[in-house]
Unconditional design. Sequence first.
Length: 171
Amino acid sequence: MPTQKLTTEILTAAIEGYEIQKARIDAKIAELRSLLTGGPAETAATPEPAKRKRRKMSAAARARIAEAQRKRWAASKVQAEAATPEPPKPKRKLSAAAKAKLVANLKKARAAKAAKAKAAAKQTAPVHKKPTAKKAAVKTAPAKAAKKAAPVKKAVTKKMAPAAAQAAAGQ
């Protein structure tokens, strides 16, 4: 069978043809079933599902189930009440005197740290050597011009923490 290019028109025509054939076949099946059972004809395409018969429960059984459910609810309520935590204690607050004491201790500790850092800086400071007499070098004109054109660097100042600056100023 040679392969042909199937277009949407050809496919829709094929579907319609098969649906017509299916309808004819369903009609024939329904006729045969009606002859077989002697009842009304049903189409094979839409069979209805068989409905189950509902089970009946006695009033006593319903009462037992209801009572058991009430017991379960009561037990869960008791557990929920027992599990409820007590309200949390109020947050503790510092008195003004205690807060002032903490602030004073903190200032003292910062000052001690700053003093220790200052002492360490003094010990590690380089020892100044005596200035030696420099030999006068003969400068040429291009070297002088290059020196003048070079930008001048400013000295960088080290920033200190406010508490450390106050401690250094107080001494």
